[in-house]
Design a protein around this ligand. Structure first.
Ligand SMILES: [Zn+2]
Length: 354
């Protein structure tokens, strides 16, 4: 892992490459560029779309088709077959069948009826969030810097303060048909807006060309990163450092001892692959005075729950007295306690119909 990643996102769009592509290929290209940096979106999270005019195989007429990331998969590695394709006129017609927010889940069942060209890729529940935005290109990402704003108690005020009128704000709403209608209404009422922040969730951005859409996404995230830099400059964050980092070689040697043990213990139900990250940002957090209370607060974007559970397990380790054998010996107990805690959270929060 790189330990010196620059804070700002680079604009990776290559006009020459994009010019040689078809519209669907440009959608794959845009998605891969966005997904390649995990600061833009988490693994498997977010989606991209293009509304493309194509020949209907039945009538030979040009029809508007929504290409949108389907269920499953990750933006960084998605290929053409990762996108579902749906007739836009049929998606618009669904508004006539909508019986209101208490019935919104039934709308998912209609999506397969709008399939274009017998595409077997299932449409995701995020499909309406793209369909009803009246711009041809839409990115929906879960960027770290945007989620930090979106999950703040005053996210609406912060959004206005940082982005002015260029980026709107919507209160938290579960992704689905109703949220799709909200997005459509927002776009119609704010034709000059470049996107919006959805409270506690992430970012929607759009454009009239794929390049404009991509560049807006990158620029808006960079604007958020710049704002955080300004706010935190010269300030102590995470309560300051409690411990110094061990040298990189020692960190890796310790990780190499821990990882097989951890993998063995968490792979009881299904096999897992491990990932070790000792980037500067991670070290700043794990070395800090506030590591334990902040870790206990957990993640703030519901989409991250799918991958990370509600909070990380903190394994006690003193770099001044690196007794790695004691750490290894305690891991089974640590993980068992984490399982009990998570099971209790799940039982406390589950609904009969969820
Ligand atoms: Zn999302």
């Amino acid at each position: 892992m790189s330990t010196s990643a620059p804070k700002r996102l680079a604009n990776l769009w290559d006009d020459a490459k994009a010019a040689a592509m078809s519209e669907p290929e440009r959608l794959v290209y845009r998605s891969n560029l966005l997904g390649s940096d995990k600061r833009v979106t988490n693994y498997g999270g977010g989606n991209t779309s293009s509304k493309i005019f194509q020949k209907d195989p039945l009538t030979g007429q040009d029809v508007e088709v929504l290409w949108v990331k389907g269920s499953g998969g990750d933006s960084a590695s998605i290929k053409l077959d990762g996108f579902s394709t749906l007739y836009m006129d049929k998606l618009r017609a669904l508004k006539g069948l909508y019986r209101g927010v208490e019935f919104e889940d039934e709308m998912v069942g209609y999506l397969p009826h709008a399939t274009f060209n017998l595409n077997p890729r299932a449409a995701s529940i995020d499909t309406p969030l793209h369909a009803y935005v009246n711009h041809p290109y839409v990115d929906h990402m879960h960027p770290d810097a945007i989620i930090a704003i979106a999950a703040s108690v005053n996210s609406k005020e912060l959004t206005k303060q940082i982005f002015g009128d260029s980026i709107g704000w919507l209160p938290w709403k579960k992704p689905g048909f109703e949220l799709g209608l909200w997005l459509g209404k927002y776009c119609e009422e704010n034709p000059n807006s470049k996107g919006l922040i959805l409270e506690s969730h992430g970012l929607f951005t759009w454009g009239d060309t794929p390049k404009e859409c991509y560049e807006t996404t990158i620029a808006i995230i960079n604007q958020a990163i710049a704002w955080f830099e300004q706010q935190t400059e010269g300030k102590t964050i995470f309560g300051g450092a409690a411990v110094p980092s061990l040298p990189a070689e020692q960190r890796r040697a310790i990780a190499a001892k821990l990882m097989p043990k951890i993998r063995g213990l968490i792979s009881e139900d299904s096999h897992k692959l491990g990932h070790f990250d000792d980037s500067a940002a991670v070290l700043e957090f794990v070395n800090s005075n506030n590591l334990r209370p902040l870790a206990a607060l957990g993640t703030s974007c519901p989409d991250h729950f799918l991958r990370t559970k509600i909070r990380p397990l903190v394994i006690e380790f003193d770099p001044a007295n690196p007794d790695i054998d004691a750490v290894v010996a305690n891991i089974p107990e640590d993980i068992a306690a984490y399982r009990v805690d998570y099971q209790a959270y799940y039982d406390r929060c589950k609904h009969d119909n969820s």
